[in-house]
Structures are given as structure tokens and as C-alpha cells.
Design a protein around this ligand. Structure first.
Ligand SMILES: [Fe+2]
Length: 316
């Protein structure tokens, strides 16, 4: 899809990254096994697990001990010179500060999304990619053929967090809030089923996305890998580690990435993602509203029956 460059506008103040996500699970040991098997660098720190990627200094996420699996908060990264403008925008939209939502949450400026998810506005270096991620045809291999040798396969290790997808009860309200208040831009949507947002400072097609549900919740975190083979090898790696359930391999329409979603022990997913569309800083992406059949995939296996189940909906 063709995208155009434009001059960066004056009021471009916007979140540039999902700085860190945090969710609670009933068993940290099980979570540690899952994410280490997935290929993340899992560290025991700050009273929970820190999720890192191989060779990258940034902590992308935290997993904390809780009851049932639950999205706890997001911290959103922004540039210091834009903080005042963002806070003014919060004021204009009657978005009031809230208390720090959790004893293990960082200090900072806290607000709530329309669905109640606590958000920390955090001045931080940009952790979302600023250029399109590198594409390898196949993992490096010493043989003459195009395929890597099975005996030379190493553990798939994602390079960075690409995006996070959350459940929310009102897609329109989420788009309005994250765009009008926090400066993100709509990439694409499918009616009121799903919406995908990017940062005008440059990001993947979506650094945050939303799917409709009756309550907020975490659907999946998505992690970049450098080749299509790595998506398939990741699926195999997780099956061998005792996590055979999920969806894919397949390819999305919106965002274009190849995927394999691996179901975690609590019904949410970690996604291996390759070749997602990238929207450079200052570019205009022609946001589309796509029919429901385009909202999920171009090709792939049938969708598992519980793929879009929000396990964080309170039991009545
Ligand atoms: Fe995804």
C-alpha cells in the first residue's frame, strides 16, 4: 500500500511507544517457563518477571503474581518536549490524573483509558522500531541449499515487541481517546470489531490494537522475528515445550504480517510476527475500514473457536 511523506506538523505530540506492559498471572513459575520457551530473556526482578529480548536492553513487559490472569497497566513512552502538550490535551478532554494503580507500578503521570485501563505517561527513549524490521530469507545456515539444516537450528529469539492487542468494550471510544488525546493515528479498522493504531513518530502498522469485548483485557503480545522460517520454527519450538495450541501459521491482511499465535496457560497469546508493515515518521497511512473477512487473515488454518475469548471478563 502506497504511503506518502508529509511535513511533520507542529502539534505532533504523541506517544511514541508502548514502553512497558504489565499483567498478573496466578503462577509466575509457569509464566517464566512459557516466555523462556518462547525465546524471551526472562529475568526475576522487582517482585515479578521482567520480559526482555535477546541482546536488547529494554524491558518490554512485566508479569506479576496475581489471581486470575489480568492486564494491570500500560506505560506509554513519550518525548520530554511533548509531555506538556500531551497534558494540556488531557485537560482539554477532561482526562484527569488517577492514583498509581498498583504497589508495583512505577511513579509517574497516571491517567485512565475510557475502559478503565491505567496508563502511565512516561518520558522515555523510543523503544518502538524507527525503521522497518530487517527481513531474512531464512536463518543463517552453512549448507548450499535454500533451507536451513535441521541440525543447525537454534532457539528462535524475538528481537523486540511489535505490538499489543487489548480487548475493550467500545472500539470507537478507544480510537477517539488514543488518537485525540494521546496523538496516535488510526492505521486500519474493521468496523467496530478491531482497530489498529500507529505512532506519528514512526512505528509498525500497529503498536497497539483493540478488539471488541464486554470488558478490557489482554489478548496478545506480539514479538518480531526476522524470517518466515522463524515463525514456523517458533511454532515448533513451543509445541515441543508443551504449548502446541494456538493459531497459524497464517498471514494478516491488516498489518500484513505472517503470524503464529501461541496460546498461553491462561488463554491469551504470544505471537511470533514477521514482516509487519512499517509506517515511517511523518508518513500518512491511508486508513481503511475493511470488511470483517479481512479483519483476521488472508490465509491460514481455521480460527480456533476460543481465539477471541476474553478470559478477563468478570464471571457474574
Ligand atoms: Fe498481533
Amino acid at each position: 500500500m502506497k504511503i506518502e511523506q508529509q511535513d511533520v506538523q507542529q502539534d505532533v505530540a504523541a506517544v511514541h511507544s508502548v514502553h512497558e506492559f504489565a499483567f498478573g498471572v496466578p503462577d509466575l513459575k509457569v509464566a517464566g517457563q512459557f516466555y523462556a520457551s518462547f525465546g524471551l530473556d526472562v529475568r526475576h526482578e522487582d517482585g515479578g518477571l521482567g520480559l526482555y529480548t535477546d541482546g536488547h536492553p529494554h524491558r518490554w513487559g512485566r508479569v506479576l503474581q496475581g489471581g486470575a490472569k489480568k492486564l494491570l497497566w500500560l506505560s506509554l513512552g513519550l518525548y520530554q518536549p511533548e509531555l506538556a502538550a500531551l497534558l494540556r490535551r488531557c485537560g482539554r478532554h477532561h482526562v484527569a490524573p488517577i492514583e498509581r494503580p498498583h504497589p508495583q507500578a512505577p511513579d509517574g503521570v497516571w491517567i485512565a483509558a475510557p475502559d478503565g485501563v491505567p496508563l502511565c505517561l512516561q518520558v522515555a527513549p523510543k523503544s518502538s522500531p524507527s525503521v522497518a524490521s530487517a527481513r531474512e530469507f531464512a536463518p543463517a545456515s552453512g549448507n548450499a541449499g535454500r533451507a536451513p539444516q535441521r541440525c543447525a537450528i537454534r532457539q528462535v529469539r524475538p528481537t523486540h515487541l511489535s505490538h499489543i492487542l487489548l480487548f475493550t468494550p467500545d472500539i470507537g471510544a478507544a480510537i477517539a481517546f488514543y488518537c485525540d488525546v494521546l496523538g496516535l493515528r488510526l492505521s486500519d479498522r474493521s468496523g467496530d470489531l478491531v482497530a489498529f493504531l500507529h505512532s506519528p513518530h514512526g512505528s509498525d502498522h500497529h503498536l497497539i490494537a483493540f478488539a471488541r469485548s464486554s470488558a478490557p483485557g489482554l489478548h496478545h503480545t506480539s514479538w518480531n522475528v526476522p524470517s518466515f522460517d522463524a515463525v514456523g520454527l517458533g511454532a515448533q519450538q513451543m509445541a515441543q515445550a508443551g504449548h502446541p495450541d494456538g493459531w497459524g501459521l497464517g498471514r494478516h491482511v491488516l498489518g500484513s504480517n505472517y503470524f503464529r499465535y501461541v496460546r498461553d496457560p491462561w488463554g491469551s497469546y504470544a505471537e511470533y510476527s514477521f514482516d509487519i508493515d512499517f509506517i515511517p515518521a511523518g508518513a500518512v497511512w491511508p486508513a481503511g475500514d475493511y470488511p470483517p473477512e479481512d479483519s483476521l487473515y488472508v490465509w491460514g488454518p481455521d480460527l480456533p473457536a476460543d481465539f477471541i475469548t476474553n478470559h478477563e471478563v468478570p464471571v457474574m
